[in-house]
Write a protein that binds this ligand. Structure first.
Ligand code: HEM
Ligand code: HEM
Length: 217
């Protein structure tokens, strides 16, 4: 079996299985937590609406803090949107999803995807430099912060190298690209990348509690 067959076969299959089991394990561990009964009288009842309101309102910077949070939030939006474009709007990726699920959708021109990939890498590099140079952020950062950054940027980097046929045979570059995706899938449920789902659970829970208490959000 050559490297590409290994990457496309056992590596991606096992990584996907670990990803699915890990996500189910983490999410059920949180969602099945026993809740304490709340005997207080609810001020408002629309808790689902309260949850939704806080998820939306916390996704936008507060005017009072915008001067200090703008750079971090703008970088965050840039690289998350960039990741979304390269993963879901690139024709070869859509073919992969079609083979997996039977679903397909329109793609963006390759040039737009490559540009988004380059912008994503630039934004992630600035994010890392900021983390390394900001005295407080640096003190607060641990292995998870750096490793999650690494497994996020690597598939974008290896994808661009494969598309540019740069540095090795195409089959080798593609194998390395797929292995980097496998690493991302394996790490995803166990580190802070779980924020992709937990952010909705934590903001939603806070929003629902605020609504019940009649607190302004
Ligand atoms: C700009 C960034 C990227 C570029 C240019 C790119 C490019 C490519 C190319 C050329 C292929 C091979 C298609 C083929 O010949 O079969 C591929 C496959 C794939 N890429 Fe990417 N990629 C990028 C980012 C990503 C990211 C961020 C992920 C996931 C996190 C990802 C996941 C995959 C997967 C799952 C495959 C399918 C492997 C297979 O065919 O078995 N790619 N990519
Ligand atoms: C809908 C899904 C997602 C949401 C709502 C979300 C939201 C966020 C937010 C609010 C932050 C903090 C940004 C900041 O520091 O200003 C963040 C950070 C981050 N996200 Fe996501 N995210 C999602 C999915 C993902 C995925 C799928 C990945 C990777 C594959 C990812 C990778 C990262 C990384 C690496 C950071 C940390 C950047 C740093 O070092 O500061 N996110 N995300």
């Amino acid at each position: 079996m050559d490297l590409l067959q290994f990457a496309r076969g056992p590596a991606l299959t096992w990584a996907s299985a670990i990803f699915v089991c890990g996500m189910l394990w983490r999410l059920s561990g949180i969602l099945l937590l026993k809740r304490k009964p709340d005997y207080s009288e609810a001020r408002h009842t629309g808790t689902w609406l309260g949850a939704l309101k806080l998820i939306v309102s916390r996704s936008w910077p507060r005017r009072e803090f915008i001067r200090h949070t703008f750079l971090g939030e703008a970088l965050g939006y840039v690289f998350h949107i960039g990741l979304g474009i390269v993963v879901f709007a690139f024709a070869p990726h859509i073919l992969f999803f079609k083979a997996l699920t039977g679903l397909e959708w329109p793609h963006l021109p390759n040039g737009v995807v490559y540009f988004s990939g380059a912008v994503t890498i630039a934004a992630l590099l600035v994010v890392l430099i900021r983390r390394l140079t900001h005295p407080v952020l640096r003190l607060l950062s641990n292995f998870d912060d750096y490793f999650s950054w690494f497994v996020t940027i690597t598939p974008v980097l290896t994808g661009l190298l494969a598309a540019a046929h740069l540095g090795a045979r195409y089959e080798t570059l593609l194998a390395v690209h797929i292995l980097s995706v496998a690493l991302l899938l394996v790490w995803f449920p166990f580190g802070k990348l779980m924020h992709a789902t937990l952010i909705f659970i934590s903001r939603g829970t806070t929003g629902a509690l605020f609504e019940r208490k009649g607190a302004a959000t």
